[in-house]
Design a protein around this ligand. Structure first.
Ligand SMILES: C[S@@+](CC[C@H](N)C(=O)[O-])C[C@H]1O[C@@H](n2cnc3c(N)ncnc32)[C@H](O)[C@@H]1O
Length: 264
């Protein structure tokens, strides 16, 4: 995503600021992360597990319950890690780390679980290479990520207002599949889920994105406050999508399971 120039420091600050509000706004995140967890093969019994981009640690705790093993949570945002530590006194470790440069020994983990974090990596190929390095033979990378088409209504409504990039760009499915195929994992599968959430007012969606820390962080965003006239144009453009259920916001989610070849 070179044109996006997402700055990791700003990503970390934004998620740190959102740590206290994240859980209340994270219904979709819970749902797609739970679906990913349910896709892990029943027979898979990992010993060493990390939750990459763990946020407030909801899935670190769920993984610890499912696998009956300690789980280490890793995240770029110190504020998220502080929050996770408070919520999860029983879990052993919370580590500030970048998915593109993991502070972990090679071949040290059996499961890397990552829910809705890797779309924030400017270089997904590098994150996949790190996962490959850190996994033991037979280990699994289970992640989900957002695809192109997510928040298309908001993107299109902003296009009626100005030419700035207001909505983070997400990878098209064919680009993701090409990266997955090139990452060296023996066995991988990718399934796409579409979720459409409905809101009565546009402000509910934008407030939710802010509470999640997931609002736009592109370098091309305009400085300063959005003026009232611009907000009115945005609202009017979004209204064109209204259905009986309300204002839709579409999310395209890729659910990916990848296994490193077992040792002979
Ligand atoms: C949408 S939240 C998901 C949190 C959690 N996995 C969940 O499902 O509730 C995304 C998380 O990814 C983290 N993140 C973003 N970029 C990252 C990176 N390069 N390395 C590690 N974590 C990252 C953010 O700080 C944030 O906590």
């Amino acid at each position: 995503m070179p044109e996006q120039m997402l700055d990791k420091r700003r990503v970390a600050e934004s998620f740190s600021r959102a740590a206290a509000t994240y859980d209340r706004a994270a219904a979709l995140q819970r749902s797609v992360g739970s679906n990913l967890l349910a896709r892990l093969p029943q027979s898979f019994a990992p010993r060493d597990i990390i939750d990459l981009g763990c946020g407030t640690g909801y899935f670190s705790r769920a993984l610890a319950d499912r696998c009956q093993r300690p789980v280490i949570g890793l995240d770029l945002a110190e504020g998220m890690l502080r929050h996770a530590r408070q919520l999860s006194p029983a879990l052993p470790g919370w580590v500030a780390a970048d998915a593109e440069a993991l502070p972990l020994r090679s071949s040290s983990q059996d499961l890397i679980f990552s829910s809705l974090a890797l779309q924030w990596c400017p270089d997904l190929a590098q994150a996949l290479a790190e996962a490959w390095r850190v996994l033991r033979p037979g280990g699994c990378l289970a992640f989900n990520t957002l695809l192109d088409g997510s928040l298309h209504e908001l993107r299109s409504a902003w296009q009626a207002v100005d030419d700035f990039v207001h909505v983070n760009r997400f990878m098209p499915l064919d680009e993701l599949q090409a990266l997955l195929a090139a990452a060296g994992f023996a066995d991988w599968r990718c399934q796409v889920e579409q979720h459409v959430l409905f809101y009565s007012r546009l402000g509910e969606l934008t407030q939710e994105l802010k509470s999640l820390g997931a609002h736009n962080l592109n370098a091309g965003r305009p400085a300063g406050l959005t003026g009232a006239a611009r907000a009115r144009r945005l609202t009017a453009a979004y209204e064109a999508f209204r259905s009986e259920a309300g204002l839709p916001a579409t999310w395209q989610v890729a659910q990916v399971l990848m296994f490193k070849p077992a040792a002979n």
